[in-house]
Design a binder for this molecule. Structure first.
Ligand SMILES: *Cc1c(COP(=O)(O)O)cnc(C)c1O
Length: 502
């Protein structure tokens, strides 16, 4: 190993107040001609709905706005800047061809309320995307409406509840492994279900005996993530599904981690009844930054009547929008969901083809296992098994030998130019009390990048041995140093002062 070095940051980074504290009263970025019609009193027309006379907007020039947001963007990290190994998030590169296609005027210029006769191309794209996702996941139908993975979970659980009610049943519980993503129990609670946690077995997989003991007539569903958030494949999924079905429940799979399964496993054929898919993870639509996501949900035939309305149906060569769905859980999103994401995901799938998607999965799993092999000496695994698309290391050894822990390693990685991985998830209860470093490299990284990243982590271990304080005080190269995260959460300082900018 060549000892890696922190990056040298040599660029101008402006520290400045929020936009609301810039500018001066009366300054504006717009120059409009004088009013040539009678002024209107909004309160007379709209009453309480009228906007305040002074909406307290920033009073700044166009130049100030442009510079402020461009400067802020330079403080940011993005997948177009470097490796973003955030486990469970599948931060893969978003191909630029997706963006080009989504900007074609025929897509970008549509209004969703146009008559369907003038939306035939868009309807065809969504109809085809639904078929492609069903083919990939092994499902009968899918809805494209949900705007994110968590929204997909909500949609799936609503359909599960409707399915049981349609059979005159009212089971109250959802079983969830203790390694699950936090959105899983949240979606259950929002749906009025109680969650029953299932402890992870000694091998890191779902404990079948614990499942057998918990499954009964109150079981509405099991919510399982496969591969689990430990990056491990639930090999006994068919048996697991059988236990749940025998108790009268359904199997919901959190399919946010589908990047490990493309072309290898079709969850719908393994006993899974409902699954959401994150287009903004596996299918290269952009992710984060407040942008729109998309979390389509696939279902087996028995749940088709409960899909959100409307659906898109094909008749001959034309497409229509179907609202008459008496058992539907209803509408979950305006219009058809985030159509721009559908265009990007469709472009990606058609560009890759079945073989390309299968290869992407193979490379994603290979990359994670490569990092596992390079790093597990320094960072013992949470569970010592081959990984799927991501690998969960722990700080067990480092903490014991140097006192440096997960958070310090994550912060020091920033000095080497990397976005930190996901940390402390899965929770210490699942990782034997140790802090987790959950790393998902994705298939889009080169061997050189993976090696440089592994070298950086191993260099940090050397630093921790030589000078633990250096690592504990990191980051040193970033615009803002180590923050007191508890204080920041408890007493957020939302106003800019000279002192808070340092
Ligand atoms: C990302 C993720 C989710 C939630 O998806 P969002 O689009 O962020 O709502 C749920 N489960 C798992 C396992 C995930 O990785």
């Amino acid at each position: 190993m060549k000892r890696a070095q922190p990056i040298e940051t040599r660029q101008l980074l402006h520290s400045e107040p929020p936009i609301f504290e810039q500018g001066s009263p009366g300054r504006s970025g717009a120059s409009l001609p004088p009013l040539d019609v009678p002024a209107v009193d909004p309160v007379a027309h709209f009453g309480a709905l009228a906007r305040a006379a002074d909406p307290e907007l920033a009073e700044v020039s166009e130049v100030e706005v442009t510079r402020h947001f461009t400067r802020l963007s330079r403080w940011n990290y993005a997948i177009d800047i470097g490796l973003y190994p955030l486990g469970s998030c599948t931060m893969k590169y978003n191909p630029k061809v997706n963006e080009r296609v989504a900007r074609w005027p025929g897509f970008a210029g549509l209004h969703p309320a146009q008559p369907p006769s003038s939306l035939q191309g868009a309807l065809a794209l969504m109809w085809s995307l639904e078929r492609l996702l069903c083919e990939i996941g092994g499902f009968a139908r899918a809805t494209l409406q949900p705007a994110a993975g968590a929204h997909g979970e909500l949609a799936g659980l609503m359909m599960i509840r409707a399915y049981h009610q349609d059979r005159g049943r009212h089971p109250t519980q959802v079983l969830i492994p203790d390694s699950a993503h936090g959105t899983n129990p949240a979606s259950c609670t929002l749906n009025g279900f109680t969650t029953v946690p299932l402890k992870t077995g000694a091998d890191g997989l779902l404990d079948l005996d614990a499942l057998r003991a918990a499954a009964n007539g109150e079981t509405a569903a099991l919510m399982i993530t496969n591969p689990s958030t430990l990056g491990l494949f639930e090999e006994r999924i068919a048996e697991i599904a059988e236990v749940v079905h025998r108790a009268g429940g359904l199997v919901y799979m959190d399919g946010a981690n589908l990047n490990a399964l493309l072309g290898k496993v079709r969850p719908g054929t393994t006993g899974v009844d409902v699954m959401h898919i994150n287009l903004h993870k596996t299918f290269t639509t952009p992710h984060g930054g407040g942008g729109p996501g998309s979390g389509p949900v696939g279902v087996v035939a028995a749940l088709e009547p409960f899909l959100p309305t409307p659906t898109i149906e094909k008749e001959g060569t034309s497409y229509r929008i179907e609202y008459a769905r008496p058992k539907s859980v209803g509408r979950l999103r305006s219009f058809f969901g985030n159509f721009g994401m559908h265009v990007r995901a469709y472009t990606y799938i058609r560009e890759m083809g079945g073989e390309g998607l299968t290869r992407a999965t193979e490379m994603a799993v290979l990359n994670a296992n490569y990092l596992r092999a390079r790093l597990q000496g320094a960072f013992p695994l949470a569970y010592d098994r081959p990984s799927m698309h991501e690998v969960v290391f722990t700080d067990k050894r480092l903490k014991k030998e140097t006192g440096v822990q997960t958070l310090d390693v994550a912060k020091r990685l920033m000095d080497y130019g990397y976005h930190p991985p996901t940390i402390y998830f899965p929770l210490p209860a699942v990782t034997g009390g140790a802090g987790a470093l959950m790393i998902e490299p994705t298939e889009t990284e080169t061997p050189e990048t993976l090696d440089a990243f592994a070298d950086a982590l191993l260099s940090i271990v050397e630093e921790a041995v030589e000078n633990p304080q250096l690592v504990k005080d990191a980051p040193h190269q970033t615009a803002i140093g180590r923050l007191d995260e508890t204080l920041a959460a408890r007493k957020p300082r939302l106003r800019w002062t000279k002192q808070s900018s340092t």
